[in-house]
Design a protein around this ligand. Sequence first.
Ligand code: SF4
Length: 80
Amino acid sequence: MVPLTNQTWRQHSACTGVDPDIFYPVSDEEAEVAKAICSHCPVRQPCLEYALTTRERDGVWGGATERERRRILRQRRKSA
Ligand code: SF4
């Protein structure tokens, strides 16, 4: 797990300089553009873990929408 104080991964994000609105789509369908960027991001995993840990409610993080992150958290709770 990435410590919350360690956010050096942000320096390597593929979304640096990209319009942030892309990462806050109004529907899951509109999230595809952001997810495509995340798919080749070198820090996808720490980004996702950060969002899961901080319970980020909005936006696409680590290639996952808010709905998908809730699903991941449910699956982790079941397998814990
Ligand atoms: S995984 Fe996506 S949201 Fe996270 S840093 Fe990379 S491009 Fe940005």
